[in-house]
Unconditional design. Sequence first.
Length: 148
Amino acid sequence: MAVSGCNFVRFTRHGLQSIRHPWPKVNHRFKVRRQALKLRFWDERHLHPVGVLIDLTYEKIKALRDESIYELRLSGTIGGQSNIRVVFFDPPKDWQPLVPYHVGEDGQPMRAVWVIEAMPKKRNEWTEFDLDRFSGSRLLIQRRFYED
């Protein structure tokens, strides 16, 4: 089965490990993952109303506005958790990957959208620790997967 969409969604290792704490059951983790995979249509977001992607809403994290880090809001409850956020990074289009990730249906390499973390959000604001963790993940992605 071919990968659909215009982006290739990749999870960071930390993102895959941290999802185990709020959702110990595998089927709940896969529900969150399935929702995050809607980011494969990220580059087509301009076809929808502002702040809406398919049936989900998103917003740039204001404290990290210069770093292209966003939060995707999942409505509903998964595994007893509500107010779920998927934090992801959209690398600049001028960054060149060291290795193309996946070839799309048109034969061209697909851009990657990186899922940094998925979590139930407990408070309105992000903590300093959260913001540092997201910025650090962005820096690791840049150094490991993109040319300088």
